[in-house]
Design a protein around this ligand. Structure first.
Ligand SMILES: [Zn+2]
Length: 196
């Protein structure tokens, strides 16, 4: 079973003002009822790629070993290096999904970080053709990352078991912490006015 692209999740991923889907995230074609718009697929790719770069940029010794719940099991845990697993999955899934020519571009540009000038020189592309290929690769992989079974790479919070980031700044730590409960009997009210 593949991912249902007509779900509400897609609207939230669409690019505002996209000329193809008008921000709805879907494109109707004569053959297929609902197709994800390229803006949605590229957004998924970029989110996953951003996470890959974030993981790769961290020092090796900072990789955390986490106790994870095993999917589908009750109360079973295993130890895992989640960031490292994600980076490996990202590379393997991408390699498996791309044709040899596409993977050469992907590896050079996204994994090794060569800019468009160097890529064009090494791969003998002009600028227009290079970016055309890059967009195609982003769309292709965006779809794969979301449709992947049993564990999709996207959304990241599901992949990481609800823990995408643990390195919140102090400010966010305070935001995430629940406020203390009011004393018994007093109603729970939003702070409408700052109390001196
Ligand atoms: Zn769109």
């Amino acid at each position: 079973m593949t991912f249902d692209w007509s779900s509400s999740e897609v609207v939230g991923l669409a690019k505002e003002g996209c000329t193809h889907c008008l921000g709805m995230g879907l494109r109707s074609t004569a053959r297929v009822e609902a197709m994800p718009c390229s803006c949605v697929l590229r957004r998924i790719f970029r989110t996953c790629y951003g996470k890959f770069r974030y993981c790769a940029s961290r020092e090796k010794h900072l990789g955390k070993v986490c106790l994870e719940t095993l999917a589908g099991s009750d109360g079973n845990f295993c130890w895992g290096m989640k960031d490292e697993e994600y980076m490996a999955d990202f590379c393997l899934v991408s390699k498996r999904s791309l044709e040899t020519d596409e993977y050469r571009i992907f590896r050079l540009h996204f994994l090794l970080g060569a800019d468009w000038r160097l890529c064009c020189k090494l791969l003998k592309f002009d600028r227009g053709s290079f970016f055309h290929q890059v967009y195609r690769i982003e769309q292709k992989l965006g779809r794969v990352y979301r449709e992947l079974r049993p564990h999709a790479l996207f959304p990241l919070d599901e992949y990481f078991g609800g823990k995408v980031r643990t390195d919140f700044s102090e400010y966010y730590e305070k935001v995430r912490r629940m406020p203390p409960l009011p004393e018994r009997g007093s109603p729970l009210r939003a702070p409408l006015k700052k109390v001196a």
